[in-house]
Write a protein that binds this ligand. Structure first.
Ligand code: FAD
Length: 235
C-alpha cells in the first residue's frame, strides 16, 4: 500500500484574491481628516509609521490576502485558533476520500526539546533518534491508512472511517485575512528574538508564517517596514 511522505509545508498567495495596498491604508486613515478627498491621496511612509507606532490599527484592515495552505492537520489546528479577521475553508473528510500524504520531519528539523515551557530550545537529534522518528511515523501512518481503507471498502462512511487518521495527515485550506490580522498572526507564529514580544512557535507553523510574511512584504512594503521597525507589534 502506497502512502506519500512529505516534509514541505507551504502557504501560497492567491494573486487573484489580493486587494489593497499601502496607499489604500493611507486613504482609510486620511478619511478621518480629509473626508472624500482622501480617495485622491497616495501612500506615505511617515503616516503608516505613525499609525503603526501609535497603534491606530483599523486602517490596516483595508486590504485582503488569501493563501492556500498545505500543511499537516496539527498545523491547521494551530492556525485556526486565529479568529479575528480570518476566513477559512478546508478540505472535507466527510465529502471526499482523503489523500494519503503524511508529514515526516526532514533531517534538518531539530528533534530534541530542552528547557522549560515557554522557553524551549530545540537541538538536533542523534542518528538513532532520526531513524526511530522516521520509522515510527511511517509505521503509524501505514497502519492508520490501512484501517481507513478497510473501513471504506466495508462500506463505512468517510466521516466515520477518518477517525483513525493521525494529525500528521496533510490537509489543504484557504485562509483569507487583512494586513492587520496577518500582522497579529506573524507576531505570534514567527520566532524573532529582536521583537518587542518574542514568541516561540512550533517550527512547522512558522514555515507557513514565513511564506505569508514574504507575500506581505512584497505587496504592502511600507506597512511591512513599519511593522518590523516598530518591534513587530500588531497595531
Ligand atoms: C507559542 C504559542 C503557544 C500556544 N500554546 C497554546 C496552548 O498550549 N494551548 C492553547 O489552547 N492555545 C495555545 N496557543 C494558542 C493561543 O492561545 C491563541 O489561541 C492563538 O495564538 C490565537 O491568538 P489570538 O486569540 O490572539 O488570535 P485571534 O483569535 O485572531 O484574536 C486576535 C485578537 O482579537 C481579540 N479577541 C479575539 N477574540 C476575542 C474574545 N473572544 N474576547 C476578547 N478579545 C478577543 C484579542 O485581542 C486577540 O488577541 C498558543 C499560541 C502560541 C503562539
Amino acid at each position: 500500500m502506497t502512502i506519500a511522505q512529505r516534509s514541505e509545508i507551504t502557504a501560497t498567495l492567491d494573486p487573484d484574491n489580493l486587494a489593497g495596498s499601502d496607499a489604500k491604508i493611507c486613504q482609510a486613515a486620511r478619511v478621518s481628516t480629509l473626508g472624500s478627498a482622501a480617495a485622491e491621496s497616495g501612500e506615505a511612509s511617515g503616516l503608516i509609521n505613525y499609525l503603526m507606532r501609535d497603534r491606530h490599527g483599523s486602517p490596516f484592515e483595508h486590504g485582503q490576502l488569501s493563501f492556500l495552505v498545505e500543511a499537516p492537520i496539527f498545523v491547521a489546528r494551530e492556525f485556526m485558533r486565529h479568529r479575528a479577521g480570518w476566513s477559512y475553508n478546508e478540505t472535507s473528510g466527510r465529502y471526499r476520500e482523503l489523500v494519503p500524504v503524511f508529514y515526516i520531519p526532514d533531517r534538518k528539523r531539530p528533534l530534541v526539546q530542552e528547557g522549560k515551557p515557554g522557553a524551549y530550545t530545540f537541538v538536533d537529534g542523534t542518528h538513532e533518534q532520526y531513524g526511530i522518528t522516521r520509522w515510527e511515523h511511517e509505521q503509524a501512518y501505514r497502519t492508520a491508512w490501512s484501517s481507513y481503507q478497510r473501513m471504506l471498502k466495508a462500506g463505512v462512511a468517510k466521516e466515520i472511517a477518518r477517525d483513525v487518521l493521525p494529525v500528521g495527515l496533510f490537509t489543504s485550506f484557504y485562509a483569507t485575512c487583512n494586513p492587520r490580522s496577518l500582522m497579529h498572526f506573524l507576531s505570534l507564529r514567527t520566532r524573532v528574538p529582536s521583537a518587542t514580544f518574542p514568541s516561540f512557535p512550533q517550527q512547522e507553523i512558522e514555515k507557513v508564517a514565513q511564506d505569508m510574511e514574504e507575500a506581505f512584504a512584497e505587496h504592502f512594503p511600507l506597512t511591512y517596514i513599519a511593522y518590523t521597525n516598530n518591534g513587530r507589534v500588531c497595531p
